[in-house]
Design a protein around this ligand. Structure first.
Ligand code: GAR
Length: 202
C-alpha cells in the first residue's frame, strides 16, 4: 500500500489534528502525518508530542512581512517533502508564493458551508446572520480566502440558543469526519487534486 505523507499546519487547540492523528494511526489508513507546523506556540503541539510527530514553529510575529514568514514556512515544509499539506485551524492567510509552491496539494478545513461565511469567523458570522443551518467544508487552498474547489461539505443545523462555542463544537465532529475521509480519498486516488483544481478554474 502506498502511504500518503501529510504535513499539518495549525494555530490553536488542534482538535481536528488530533482526530486525523488517531485515524492515521490505524494500520489500514493510507496516510501518515510526518510533521506538524504552526505560526505560534499552538496548544495543539501537545498532540504532536503525544503521537511522537516532529514539529516546527515559524512565529508569524517574528517576521517583517507575511511574505517573509511564508518563505520560511515554505522552507520548513519543503524539508519534509510531504505529498499533502493540510491546514487544520491555521488562522493565517498564506502568501501567494506559498500557495503556488504547494497548489493543488494543499487543503483546508473550514467551519461553514462554503462559499457561505468564509474567513476567520465562519461560525460567528453564521450566528450573526441568523441562518438555521451552516456546515463544514474541506477545500483546496487557492489564492482567495476560502474560495478554492470544494472537496467535501456537509450541513450542520444551527439550534435555537446556540452561541459560537456550542455551534462550533457541533460543527467540529463533522469537519473531522470530512477531513479524515478526504485525506483517505486523496491517498486512495479517488480524489485527484489536480483534476479538482482544473475543474474549478474552467
Ligand atoms: C476548526 O473549526 C477549523 O475549521 C477552523 O478553526 C478550527 C480549529 O480547531 N479554521 C478556520 O476557521 C479557518 N478559516 P482545532 O484547532 O481545535 O482543530
Amino acid at each position: 500500500m502506498r502511504v500518503l505523507t501529510v504535513a499539518v499546519l495549525i494555530s490553536g487547540a488542534g482538535s481536528n489534528l488530533r482526530a486525523l492523528l488517531e485515524a492515521a494511526s490505524a494500520p489500514d489508513y493510507p496516510a501518515r502525518i510526518i510533521a506538524i507546523g504552526a505560526d505560534r506556540e499552538a496548544a495543539g503541539f501537545e498532540h504532536a508530542e503525544a503521537f511522537g510527530i516532529p514539529t516546527f514553529l515559524v512565529p508569524f510575529r517574528e517576521f517583517e512581512s507575511r511574505e517573509a514568514w511564508g518563505r520560511e514556512l515554505g522552507v520548513q515544509l519543503a524539508a519534509w517533502q510531504p505529498d499533502l499539506v493540510v491546514l487544520s485551524g491555521m488562522m493565517r492567510l498564506l502568501p501567494a508564493d506559498l500557495v503556488a509552491q504547494w497548489a493543488p496539494r494543499i487543503i483546508n478545513t473550514h467551519p461553514a458551508y462554503l462559499p457561505e461565511f468564509p474567513g476567520a469567523h465562519g461560525v460567528r458570522d453564521a450566528i450573526a446572520a441568523g441562518v438555521t443551518q451552516t456546515g463544514a467544508s474541506v477545500i483546496v487552498v487557492d489564492h482567495g480566502v476560502d474560495s478554492g474547489p470544494i472537496l467535501a461539505q456537509e450541513r450542520v443545523p444551527v439550534l435555537p440558543g446556540d452561541d459560537e462555542s456550542a455551534l462550533h463544537e457541533r460543527i467540529k465532529p463533522v469537519e473531522r469526519r470530512l477531513l479524515i475521509d478526504v485525506v483517505r480519498r486523496i491517498a486512495d486516488g479517488e480524489i485527484d487534486l489536480a483534476v479538482a483544481a482544473a475543474e474549478a478554474s474552467k
